[in-house]
Design a protein around this ligand. Structure first.
Ligand code: MEV
Length: 300
C-alpha cells in the first residue's frame, strides 16, 4: 500500500492552463496508510493525532475523502483508526497531499477487500486534491496513482514513458513551506491582470516541456539541464520563486550541475538538480553542509 512522492521535471503551473508537463515518481520517498477498526474515527499522522472530526484544516482533504469512500462503499457506520507512516516532507512540492489521499483510498479498499482500478483511484484522488489545492490540473494525482514517468496534459491526456537517463537528481528542501494553492491563485491573478505577458511565458514553458520530452529519449543531460534552468527563470518571472530557491539553483549550477529548478507549486518547497551520477554525492554533501535536507535519486 506504499505510495511514492513525485517531482515535476518541467511544466508546473503552465499545466493548469492546458500546457504539457513532465512528472516522475520518486521511488523510495513514500507514504503508507494502515487502517484498523476503532470505536471512533481517529487519525495519527505527522500533522495531528486525535479525532478525525476535529482535525485541522490542512487535513480536510483526508477527512472528506475518507467519508466519501465509506459512503461509496456503504460502510459509513463503521469507524476506523487511520495511521500514516510517511517519508515525504509535507508541503514541499513533492506531492504529499495526493500521496496521502491515494494511500488512504488504497488502504480503505484493501481493508474491505474491494478491487480498486487505477482510474477510480485517480478520480477519488482528484476529489481530495480539489479540496487541498485550487483547480488542480491532475498531474500530481496522475503520476502518483500510475507510479510512472508521465508526459501529461490536462486536455490531451497522458503518456507514460521509460525514464532511462543515466543521471542523478538531487532534491534540495529549501526548508520553506511550499504554498501550491496560494501560488496557483497568485498566477491566476497575474494572468487576469496581464494576460499577454503571462500567456507568452506559458507558451515558452510549453516549448520547454515539448523539447524536454524529446531530449529525454537521447539522454542529452546538458540540453535538459539548460531547459530546466530556463524553466526556473520563467517561473521566477511569474513571481513563483524566491531568493532562497534562486540561490540554491545558482549554487548547484556553480558546482557542476547540468541544471536546477523549483519543482511543484513554488514560493518555497524543493529545488531539483540534474547532475552526473558521479557528482551526486559531492553535491549532496555541499548542500548538507549548508544545512539543507536533501534526497538523492539515482537513475542508472
Ligand atoms: C503542483 O504540483 C503542480 C501545479 O502545476 C498545480 C497543478 O498542476 O495542479 C503547480
Amino acid at each position: 500500500m506504499n505510495v511514492n512522492a513525485k517531482i515535476i521535471l518541467c511544466g508546473e503551473h503552465a499545466v493548469v492552463y492546458n500546457k504539457p508537463a513532465i512528472a516522475l515518481p520518486l521511488k523510495g520517498l513514500d507514504i503508507y496508510c494502515e487502517i484498523s477498526n476503532s470505536e471512533t474515527n481517529t487519525i495519527d499522522c505527522e500533522l495531528y493525532k486525535g479525532s478525525l472530526d476535529d482535525c485541522p484544516n490542512d487535513l480536510m482533504n483526508i477527512k472528506e475523502i475518507y467519508y466519501h469512500c465509506l459512503k461509496k462503499l456503504n460502510k459509513i457506520n463503521n469507524k476506523h483508526h487511520l495511521k500514516f507512516i510517511s517519508k515525504i516532507p509535507i508541503a514541499r512540492g513533492l506531492g504529499s497531499s495526493a500521496a496521502s489521499s491515494a494511500s488512504l483510498i488504497k488502504a480503505i479498499y484493501n481493508f474491505y477487500d474491494i478491487k480498486l482500478e487505477t482510474e477510480e483511484l485517480f478520480n477519488l484522488c482528484q476529489i481530495a486534491e480539489s479540496i487541498a489545492h485550487y483547480n488542480p490540473s491532475g498531474v500530481d494525482a496522475r503520476v502518483i496513482t500510475t507510479n510512472k514517468a508521465l508526459y501529461f496534459s490536462k486536455t490531451l491526456g497522458f503518456k507514460s514513458f521509460d525514464f532511462n537517463l543515466k543521471a542523478g537528481i538531487l532534491i534540495i528542501d529549501s526548508g520553506i513551506i511550499g504554498k501550491t494553492k496560494e501560488a496557483v491563485l497568485k498566477l491566476k491573478k497575474l494572468k487576469d491582470a496581464n494576460p499577454l505577458k503571462v500567456n507568452k511565458i506559458l507558451d515558452q514553458i510549453e516549448m520547454i516541456s515539448t523539447k524536454c520530452y524529446k531530449l529525454l529519449k537521447n539522454s542529452d543531460l546538458k540540453a535538459i539541464g539548460h531547459l530546466m534552468n530556463k524553466n526556473h527563470s520563467l517561473l521566477s518571472e511569474l513571481d513563483l520563486s524566491n531568493e532562497t530557491l534562486d540561490n540554491i539553483c545558482k549554487i548547484a549550477n556553480d558546482n557542476g550541475a547540468y541544471g536546477a529548478k523549483l519543482t511543484g507549486g513554488g514560493l518555497g518547497g524543493c529545488v531539483i538538480v540534474l547532475c552526473e551520477l558521479a557528482d551526486l554525492t559531492n553535491l549532496k554533501s555541499l548542500f548538507e553542509k549548508l544545512n539543507y535536507s536533501c534526497y538523492e535519486v539515482r537513475y542508472d
